[in-house]
Ligand binder design. Structure first.
Ligand code: DC
Length: 224
């Protein structure tokens, strides 16, 4: 059955491991669609914060995840009519996203939206559970890791590029806390799929990682 579906490459890993940059570049090179699944959790969290929802109210958060109007067209992220591409990248939104992502009902509320991205000619999907839960039959699964220090530095650079400032020690603490929450949750924890290729990007540029994954894709005949 799955052979009739478009091919998928999944890129999972912890926060700031370089998944987004790598996955976008891969999608561009292969001419595939790109799914930033973290953005779905971030938009849900942003909408919840704006609505003043209690971040422990699983039912209300799940209803929001199912109903929130999300649009990813033209390289922008929209919540309803509003362009929230920048707003969802703020640290407090990332933290809230990790909090709401713990709830199974919230995760379930976002599944159909993620599956809908799998259309020809193919998809590169980035997140935490792309290879384990959402696309278990993916043709190529990558689990991208990097040291906490390398990730904190990348996150700091990313925030500065967007005109925000963050103390590196605080970033490192937040990152470790986020890793713990994402890895220890019961539903869809951050874990490498058994058949994933683990790549450590601490000492490699995004371009080098992309090259390595492109070689793996070629070996498996994905996107050729
Ligand atoms: O990749 P990101 O930093 O934008 O993701 C934000 C949060 O969303 C992350 O801390 C955990 C959650 N998330 C998830 O639980 N499952 C995914 N597939 C993607 C993100």
């Amino acid at each position: 059955m799955s052979s009739a579906l478009a091919p998928v490459i999944t890129i999972d890993g912890p926060t700031a491991s370089g998944k987004g940059t790598v996955a976008k570049a891969l999608a561009r090179q292969l001419g595939f669609h790109y799914l930033d699944s973290g953005a779905l959790y971030r938009i849900t969290a942003l909408a919840a914060l704006r609505d003043g929802l209690d971040l422990t109210d699983q039912g209300a958060l799940a209803a929001l995840a199912r109903s929130v109007e999300i649009d990813f067209s033209a390289g922008r992220v929209r919540l309803g009519e509003e362009d929230v591409s920048q707003a969802i990248r703020r640290e407090e939104v990332g933290k809230a996203a990790s909090t709401v992502a713990v709830y199974p009902e919230v995760r379930a509320g976002l599944v159909a939206r993620q599956l809908a991205f799998r259309t020809p000619p193919g998809l590169v999907a980035d997140g935490r559970d792309m290879g384990t839960v959402i696309f278990p039959d993916a043709q190529l699964k990558v689990f991208l890791v990097a040291s906490a220090e390398a990730r904190a530095e990348r996150r700091s650079k990313q925030l500065m590029e967007n005109g925000n400032f963050a103390n590196i020690t605080t970033l490192l603490q937040d990152l470790r806390e986020r890793d713990r929450r994402d890895s220890e949750r019961v539903t869809s924890p951050l874990v490498a799929a058994r058949d994933a290729v683990v790549i450590d990007s601490s000492y490699h540029s995004a371009a080098e990682v992309v090259e390595r994954i492109m070689a793996l894709a070629r070996e498996r005949g994905v996107g050729l």
